[in-house]
Write a protein that binds this ligand. Structure first.
Ligand code: AR6
Length: 183
């Protein structure tokens, strides 16, 4: 599904984000920036050593990446030229400002992308795997934040893709994007 909105093409797809053809893909990392399982593991495996080397350099300079913030590296061997690594919140029943923290991931990623002249990027469904964030609630935070960014930064991004790995997230995003943009 794709929808043009305020000069940006918003897309929902299902698949493996390491295969995305956007200029940048987003990683659901952890604060150590040293890799892990899930989409983080897949990106480091497909992107190779250069991504980890840059992550280690950033970690040495600023001690990792706090929840809600974002850092940028090369895309290494990926088709994407860049990877933006952001750290989602661990779901704690909704008692730890998780929605705000998750929104910060999407907002800070878009701000960092724009600062680097990136015009197309792909997001995974941050925090909805190992970090246990309920998929429907995570999609609301993601979509509302991205749409708010697009409304306030007309046509800065040409294309923003939501790459869903599982069918449940895919269906949630199809429904969510349709509902939010037809309003
Ligand atoms: N392409 C797109 N989406 C994927 C892929 C892929 N190749 N693989 C998994 N997903 P997760 P989190 C989806 O667990 O919850 C790591 O160890 C997955 O189905 O990757 O933010 C990090 O180092 C889910 O919907 O990230 C952290 O320690 C979504 O990506 C921790 O996990 C996010 O799931 C971060 O946990």
């Amino acid at each position: 599904m794709e929808k043009a909105y305020r000069g940006t093409l918003l897309e929902v797809t299902q698949g493996d984000i390491t295969q995305s053809l956007t200029e940048c893909i987003v990683n659901a990392a952890n604060s150590s920036l040293l890799g892990g399982g899930g989409v983080d593991g897949a990106i480091h495996r497909a992107g190779g050593r250069r991504i980890l080397d840059e992550c280690i350099r950033i970690r040495n300079e600023r001690g990792g990446c706090p929840v809600g913030e974002a850092v940028i590296t090369t895309g290494g061997n990926l088709k994407a030229k860049y990877v933006i690594h952001t750290v989602g919140p661990v779901w704690n029943g909704g008692t730890g400002n998780e929605a705000e923290k998750l929104g910060n991931c999407y907002r800070n990623t878009l701000l960092l992308a724009a600062k680097n002249g990136i015009t197309s990027l792909s997001f995974p469904n941050i925090s909805t795997g190992i970090y246990g964030y309920p998929k429907d609630k995570a999609a609301v935070a993601a979509l509302e934040t991205v749409i708010d960014y697009v409304e306030n930064n007309n046509a800065v991004m040409e294309r923003i893709q939501f790459v869903c790995y599982d069918r449940e997230n895919y269906d949630i995003y199809l429904q969510g994007l349709g509902a939010l943009i037809s309003q």
